[in-house]
Design a protein around this ligand. Structure first.
Ligand SMILES: [Zn+2]
Length: 152
């Protein structure tokens, strides 16, 4: 199985993007989002082929809310993972019909968290909308970034 990015001609020999998006939709089912009703799921693929999933977890005080992407990253990093190939992200309002689905991109905070652990020119972000998948590098979604090397 492979993660393909036809756009950049790169691939990680692990899992296809549709499968990763499917896992993000599975994780979305656990979304705790009673305030926004916007349910997000993420599936983070390590270079060794493991997948860590996450959902958004809201809080009545709002600022402690955690996004699905960061949930997946923090789960993985807390278990010793530091090498990542790709992440799939899906999100929609609770109960949305298939034809109402939209592509969902990571928020700015999550993009910054990703940058801490990946090469922005290689790490792929798959945004799913039902069976459709768009692919971006992190560098495309976070150009001119404040990178970890700047403070070392
Ligand atoms: Zn986020």
């Amino acid at each position: 199985m492979k993660v393909n990015s036809e756009k950049w001609g790169k691939e990680a020999e692990i899992m296809n993007k549709e499968e990763l998006v499917k896992m993000a939709y599975e994780a979305q089912k656990f979304s705790y989002s009673p305030y926004s009703n916007f349910q997000v799921g993420a599936a983070l693929l390590t270079k060794s082929g493991k997948v860590y999933t996450g959902c958004n977890i809201e809080n009545a005080a709002f600022s402690p809310t955690n996004c699905a992407e960061r949930t997946a990253f923090f789960k993985a990093v807390s278990e010793g993972e530091k090498e990542f190939a790709a992440i799939a992200v899906v999100g929609n309002k609770k109960g949305a019909a298939y034809e109402e689905l939209e592509f969902c991109s990571p928020c700015g905070v999550c993009r910054q968290v990703m940058l801490e652990f990946v090469n922005p020119e290689e790490f792929i972000i798959y945004s799913g909308k039902g069976e459709e998948v768009k692919a971006f590098t992190l560098k495309e979604l976070l150009p001119e970034s404040f990178a970890p090397g700047m403070v070392n």
